[in-house]
Structure formats: structure tokens, C-alpha cells
Design a binder for this molecule. Sequence first.
Ligand SMILES: *Cc1c(COP(=O)(O)O)cnc(C)c1O
Length: 398
Amino acid sequence: MKTKEYIELEAQFGAMNYKPLDVVLSRGEGIWVWDIEGNRYMDCLSAYSAVNQGHCHPKILDTMIQQAKNLTLVSRAFRNDQLGLFYKEICELTQSHSALPMNSGAEAVETAIKAVRKWGYQVKGVETGKAEIIVCANNFHGRTLTIVGFSTEAQYREGYEPFTPGFKIVPFGDIDALAKAINPNTVGFLVEPIQGEGGVIIPPAKYLKSARQLCDENNVMMVLDEIQTGLGRTGKLFAEEHEGIQSDLTLVGKALSGGFYPISAVLSNKEVLGVFRPGDHGSTFGGNPLACAVARTALKVLIDEGMIENAAELGPYFLKSLESIKSPHIKEVRGRGLMIGVELYREAGGARKFCEALRNEGILCKETHQHVIRFAPPLIIKKDEIDWALERIEKVLI
Ligand SMILES: *Cc1c(COP(=O)(O)O)cnc(C)c1O
């Protein structure tokens, strides 16, 4: 079958909730992917940072195959020999007290919301039904109804009303607004350390530190959504480390499996997860042995193979080089580690056409928020590969 035929199949039988670039991929290895016509592309999206470890990492692949031969799913009605080890390894690595595995990122967010509310009623003593969670404008936490209910993106919400109550929205990066929004019913503050889908927006220095302090002073649980920023993307295991803070709950997903399998988790520094009793919350696939085995190896290679250090070293190089491109279209280059956004002037006519031009040069990227091109290659990228990309990015942007 030809590219055009695959596209027609999708159009004929699929729901049209996406508008992908017209490239049909069939193979991946490291930072590279190939389409069905044999063209090679550098992946500068990494499946929204789910493939930090690179495509089809051989060690994760081995684990996947081996575990798939042994045991894949028994549900949580029974125990399996991977879950306990997954708990131990992820808690030790992230210095967490306990963990709760789910599948998608959105489910981890939902789980955190449930945990924090229950904690609010059982521990903080908020009157039942009154708990409030503060979130930020321009957030992205996933696509379930509760989550889009507190999105500020019109398209994510329209037509899906009514929404779950109990959320308050404050401007991102505005510590005074956060302070004003907190009241005795506030149980949690849910925030991305860097807004990814929002356009790679980095909050002012000390924002998260001050937010941490406000949460401490007011007995509010700080919930960091590190589903995109976590697991090495910003050059640290977690983006919170850039501000020297520790959340109460941290949400991970995406790269937790290196792109092999949907697995997410809520990591708890305090006893918040302790509010759950058997039957309070669950998931058929959550914590299954295949996901746990894959995640254990995905975490191991991230550390053993120095991927986080590589992001810390090459991210600033990539960023500086992008800054030095003399383009009439570039308004700002910003980022941390290998999470980089290039914001274009409105007059440039949107980032999409540049992404299409980059595709023709052999680089796959995705626009975010219309005017931002995001560069987030797998964390295993090498300097000469960044140089290869820069040549092409410069050509397209000049
Ligand atoms: C991708 C993402 C999510 C949602 O993850 P899914 O697996 O798509 O449900 C939540 N929060 C952030 C910050 C994300 O980037």
C-alpha cells in the first residue's frame, strides 16, 4: 500500500480527532524513524516525550519480549512478580514514599485528584463536598472530562459540558494569584513545572519554590505533573530539581515505558496515597506485569546509559545554537534540557507550515499552540546529530 492509501483508510474509517503530518511511519531505531517509502527522519517530538530512551531501545525490547512470553496480565485480583519490584525501584530512584500505577497520563492525573480530595476530607478535615484544587491557566493535564473541565483551551472543552466542579484556575507563574486563591478548603495545587503543550512555558525563577512554601504554610498538597517534564527531559530526573523542591505527589507517564507500553504512576512523598483502602480506586491493566517489567528496564536504561546527563549537556547546546539562527520568523527560543520551544512571530503564519517544511528536510516536529515549534528529540541524541538537524532547521527558518 502507498502513503496516500493509508491516509485514505484513516479518513474513511477513523474518527477525525487528529490531523497528523502526512507521513506513514513503519520503523524506528534510536532517534530515527522511517516511513513506508523508506525515507528516514529524525524524530524531534519523541511522541511528546514518551520515547526519551529512543525508539525500540534494545534492552527494553528484550524485556518486553521476555515478559510477554512469561505473563502479561492477571489484574490486581492477584499479585504478580513484577509489581513489587517496580514499586521498590521507582520509589528508590525518585525518593518517593509510595506509588500507584495506572496506564495513561490522564489516569494518573485523575488518580491524584481523587487522592488529594480524599486526603482533604480524611486528614485535613475539609467539609465533604467542599474540597478545592487550584490549577493553572494554559495547563495541559490530559483529555478526560474532569481534566478538560479545568482546561482554559476552548477547543478542549466545547461541547463536553457539564464539568466536574471543585477547581479554581490561576495564571501560571503568578505567585500572588496563587496565594489569593488558597483558602481553608484548598486541598491541592496541580501544576506542570514547565507547561509543555501550553508552548514550552517556563515559569519565573523561584515560582515553584514559592508555591511549595505556600502549600506548606496552608497544608495544601503540591501535585507536580511531570508526565512530560519528568524522567530526564529537562536534564534532571524531575524538573522540580531545578528549583530544589519536592512535590507531595508527582505524576509520571509517557517515558516511563520508553514508548513501549502505556504506564503511568502517581508517586507520593507524603502519606496521601495512604488514604486509599482496598476497592477505593483501581484499573484492570494498572500495575500489570508486562507494564511493570517494561517500566523497570525503561528506568534502568535512562539512568545506566547517562541519558539525563546527555540532556543536561546537549540541551543548552541545542538551545544556544537555535538562538544563534538569524531568522526573521523567530520571536523567542526557550527551553530546559532537551525540551525546547521556538516561538515564531504571528506574521510567520503559524508553525505548522514550518513543521511540514522540516518534514521535507527529514526532521519530524509538531507545532504546539499554533506559533511554537517544539524540539524534543530522544535523550540519546548526539552532538553531531544535533548539528545535522540545525543545518536543516536553519534552512527552513531563514
Ligand atoms: C501528555 C500529558 C498528559 C496526558 O497523558 P496521556 O497519556 O495522553 O493521558 C498529562 N499531563 C501532561 C503534562 C502531559 O504532557
